[in-house]
Write a new protein. Sequence first.
Length: 428
Amino acid sequence: MRGRTDIVVGVQWGDEGKGRVVDVLAAKAGVVVRYQGGANAGHTVVADGEKYVFHLLPSGILYPDKLCVIGNGVVMDPEALFDELDALAARGKKTARLVVSHGAHIVMPYHKLLDKLSENARSGDTKIGTTGRGIGPCYSDKYGRIGIRAEDLVNADILRAKLSLTLALKNDMLTKIYGEKPFSFDEVYEKALAWGRRIEPLLGDSFLEIDEAAESGQNILFEGAQATLLDVDYGTYPFVTSSSPCAGGACTGAGIGPSRIDRVIGVVKAYCTRVGEGPFPTEERSETGEFLRRKGGEFGATTGRPRRCGWCDLVAVDYAVRVNGLDGIALTKLDVLDDLDEIKICTSYDINGKVQKHFPSSCAELSRAKPLYRTFKGWKRSIADCRRFEDLPEAARDYVRFIEDTSGVPVLLIGVGPGREQTILRGI
């Protein structure tokens, strides 16, 4: 009997708490698969009172009896991967078996430099707010068919041939456009070979691993990085990431047919945040925004940058429900709202004097959107120890039910604190 396949996606602009949700759901899965993005992601897990931040490792890595897979849709920085593995080993942690796809593209040193130079060349409203981790340039090389893949790191001759072509092009850009020094071929080549020696035992056919696990009856959990509104096709372009965090990205990024997906779970934060540039209709630049940032610890797990904060936006949630075909919602950080007298939630936009309930396809139009709110009474007490929906204060239950009724999707999981155990499960 085939196992169940679930996809976990971010519904907003990222940082919704996907890592902690995947960590909880992984208890019932045999395989956890990261299907896109790179070390620009930061998934935080708190288990047994200890905090972990994973940038490339799937968030199920703390379960020794699981298989974790880095799929072909991921762009991988080997040094970042090794740092994460070494950090876990230094803490004495037993981890899941890890398989890295032969087809995962490699973030090279020139990608990181070009990423920073390109961002620095932008000015004002044209800045993207990139993390500078080389993600965009690596994906660009992938689709330009000049990228270096994980399998190339363990084949010296193929690596030499590919790197000779690509590095010549990159050095031309560095010297002729940016006035920078060129990279030494020998230094980059030797570094890549060293990566290959360490990564070789981890390389495998990720598609086959996933397929065989599903056929043997194991549950498969697909983990996306970033979120729907940062999707390169369906996000607020150009202020987006360079891959597809939506549910469809799991199919291409991990090699699973759409007909084999059983459930898509969208992670929604009880309020909303955004890192970097781009429109954000419910952003609060007031004391409320600062309160949410401070209480929620809203500073980038990857960059440390303070996140922009505001109220939950159900217009955006409805859009993500439709784009991803959500079957359920995991609502996180509900406890951050504990101390507020009033809590707002956006139900529609005013755009040029007209009320609109649908998320605009135009980024320019979205930038003109003014949020229209429904206001709820706060519950004014800690919910950190609640373990059943019935344990929540009535005002908190009303807030959750409103999200369900408005989105048309059941809330299957509620996070009432950062810990793995601080979770309310509802039919999941």
